[in-house]
Design a protein around this ligand. Structure first.
Ligand code: URA
Length: 241
């Protein structure tokens, strides 16, 4: 296997970034600095380190989709012992990680994998992967407000990129808004809606890229369908270019 692919599969970086890490002399194979990205390594026998840290390749790629319930932290552990999404996973041999993050109070689709390159393809801002959210907001946004959300809202970390937005329904004077964004800033949906005067009362993620939650019950997990897996692997392939 080429050294840059090894680094990418181990979740260190994309293959392109791996080339830079290798060229910078940060990678050693069996103790010797290697600066050639096409250098061939045997994952079974060779020891590869980056900045002195040994890399381990996942045995087999795992892909799982979870319906995260509200009230669970998206993290692999919590110093205060609060429930995390990892508590909802069955014990598995491979160590898998959540891709991206949902706030404690947000429910919906959370994807898990040990495929570092795919995780990067789904989360890196350069790839503009669509995330679809359903938000119950206070009040009913006017057509002018929907236009502002769609065109970009000024937030403290800059203007948001164009988004898709529509009202799906109204419950007791509060709207259910469907918002599709391609960025992934911290608490972005909540901040966007608050900025236009309609704070979020409930937030749920319906989709990430080609993955849709469908009828998966809260707290449950499922494997991607063959079609979804195909779409994920195509995305990964496009991203490595
Ligand atoms: N945007 C938010 O505000 N919260 C989330 O959990 C996800 C996106």
């Amino acid at each position: 296997m080429r050294l840059n692919k090894f680094l990418a599969d181990a979740g260190i970086s994309s293959r392109r970034q791996a080339d830079r890490i290798i060229a910078a002399g940060r990678v050693r194979v069996n103790g010797a600095v290697i600066t050639e990205m096409g250098y061939m390594v045997d994952p079974e026998k060779d020891q590869v380190t980056v900045d002195g840290q040994a890399l381990i390749l996942p045995e087999k790629f795992e892909y799982w989709i979870m319906h995260k319930p509200a009230g669970y932290l998206t993290s692999v552990g919590d110093p205060f012992g609060r429930p995390t999404v990892m508590d909802l996973l069955p014990s598995m041999q491979a160590r898998i990680y959540p891709v991206g993050r949902l706030d404690l109070d947000t429910s919906g689709l959370l994807f898990f994998t040990n495929d570092g390159e795919l995780a990067l393809a789904l989360t890196h801002p350069r790839h503009w992967v669509e995330k679809v959210y359903q938000a119950k907001v206070k009040g009913i946004p006017s057509p002018g407000t929907l236009k502002r959300l769609a065109e970009g809202v000024e937030l403290e970390d800059g203007r948001t990129a164009p988004a898709k937005v529509e009202i799906e329904g109204v419950e007791n004077g509060n709207a259910i808004v469907r918002l599709t964004i391609r960025e992934g800033r911290k608490r972005q949906v909540r901040r966007m809606l608050k900025a236009v005067g309609h704070p979020v009362l409930m937030l749920h993620r319906l989709a990430v890229g080609p993955l849709w939650l469908g009828s998966l019950a809260p707290g449950e997990i499922r494997c991607p369908t063959p079609e979804e897996l195909d779409a994920l692997l195509r995305l990964k392939k496009l991203a490595i270019r």
